[in-house]
Write a protein that binds this ligand. Structure first.
Ligand SMILES: NC(=O)C1=CN([C@@H]2O[C@H](COP(=O)(O)OP(=O)(O)OC[C@H]3O[C@@H](n4cnc5c(N)ncnc54)[C@H](OP(=O)(O)O)[C@@H]3O)[C@@H](O)[C@H]2O)C=CC1
Ligand SMILES: O=CC(=O)O
Length: 334
């Protein structure tokens, strides 16, 4: 039988079968190679924010034995109510789990949680795995990998493409790199949380892929913002612009989902603006490291910085449009 290898205590089989037939398989690894690996029995999750919460929730719903930790403990409560275990430090989570996922804000927090006092590294050892799904730069990822692997454990970086809604719907795209054995061990868990997964080789490649993707996305949103405001100023209906864009060659889901609320100056947070600016900053660093010119991304980054300086860090990244409005432009030049 297709999923007969899944231990009975894990309720993964129906969801995995459904997903294999409802979503395109775009992983480089054949479905047969994934199917022979048993998922880990005890799974940890560190970082229960906008993304971590629905990802952990999907693991729970699939019957995974899950232990969670978050700096702000109250964010774990809904998951605890659904049956998750809780430990008061990353160290205690990794000590009690076979594989631990981490979904942290940025390079510093990913490093702190992995390598700081009572950090994840202290609970790692041979036979265990650490999967960092945060968006960080390659150097940070390599640093964390080095510390984890020095304990005899395995490391996989696996940043995700896809926002709050894809996380809720189990439709993320995993960009993985690192220990291939760990990739195979957690493949069925990635399938619970996502619709596809790429294995990209050495640690750093997953981080780089994610930064390139988000560099493009940040520039696209800045350009879309300019278009919305220009259309309005020349007397066009920006709602019609959204419809036109959505039907043509430049259509992208984010234009049709975020456009209507941007026109109303509403920015309900799915992807915080501060994280988009962080990703642009890291992507520019990546480009600098190989002397690649990225003037469009550099200009977009400046716009996100302006938006941050006006207190929009925790709004959705579509709030970058505010930085182009005359009230902000004037205050910048005063
Ligand atoms: N939202 C999105 O659409 C997407 C986000 N990402 C990436 O995923 C990661 C998480 O994003 P998201 O969930 O949106 O962000 P949130 O800001 O909602 O969550 C950030 C998480 O990091 C924790 N954290 C922050 N600083 C520290 C610290 N110093 N020590 C310990 N924990 C810390 C937060 O804990 P606390 O609750 O205590 O603040 C929280 O759990 C980011 O790297 C982001 O770029 C990737 C794809 C999509
Ligand atoms: O990192 C953000 C996303 O939507 O992907």
């Amino acid at each position: 039988m297709f999923c007969s290898h899944i231990p009975h205590h894990l309720n993964l089989a129906p969801m995995m079968i459904m997903k294999r037939f409802s979503a395109p398989i775009s992983s480089y690894v054949s479905p047969r190679a994934e199917a022979i690996t048993e998922p880990p029995a005890r799974v940890g999750f560190l970082g229960i924010g906008i993304m971590g919460s629905p990802m952990a929730n999907n693991l729970l719903k699939a019957g995974v034995d899950l232990t969670v930790w978050n700096r702000t403990k109250s964010k774990c409560d809904p998951l605890i109510n659904l049956g998750a275990k809780y430990k008061p430090s990353p160290e205690e989570v990794t000590a009690s789990c076979d594989v631990t996922f981490a979904m942290l804000a940025d390079p510093q927090s990913a490093l702190d949680v992995a390598c700081g006092k009572h950090g994840a590294v202290n609970g790692m050892g041979p036979g265990k795995g650490y999967v960092d799904v945060s968006t960080v730069d390659g150097d940070t990822s390599k640093l964390i990998s080095g510390h984890i692997k020095s304990t005899g454990a395995l490391f996989l970086e696996a940043p995700v493409s896809g926002s709050k809604k894809p996380a809720e719907d189990g439709q993320l795209i995993f960009l993985t790199a690192g220990d291939k054995n760990l990739y195979e061990t957690v493949a069925s868990l990635l399938d619970v949380m996502g619709k596809s997964k790429f294995y990209l080789g050495d640690v750093g490649n997953g981080a780089a892929m994610k930064l390139v993707v988000n560099m493009i996305m940040g520039s696209m949103m800045a350009s879309f913002s300019e278009g919305l405001l220009l259309s309005e100023k020349v007397g066009l209906d920006p709602d019609v612009l959204v419809q036109v864009v959505s039907q043509g060659a430049i259509s992208a889901p984010m234009y049709s989902t975020k456009g209507p609320s941007m026109i109303q100056s509403l920015y309900p947070t799915a992807f915080p603006l501060k994280h988009q600016q962080k990703d642009l900053r890291l992507a520019l660093g990546l480009a600098e490291s190989v002397s690649q010119s990225t003037p469009i991304a550099a200009a977009a980054n400046e716009l996100y910085k302006v938006a941050k300086s006006h207190g929009l860090s925790d709004q959705d990244f579509s709030a970058v449009i505010e930085a182009l409005k005359s009230k902000f432009q004037h205050s910048e030049t005063k």
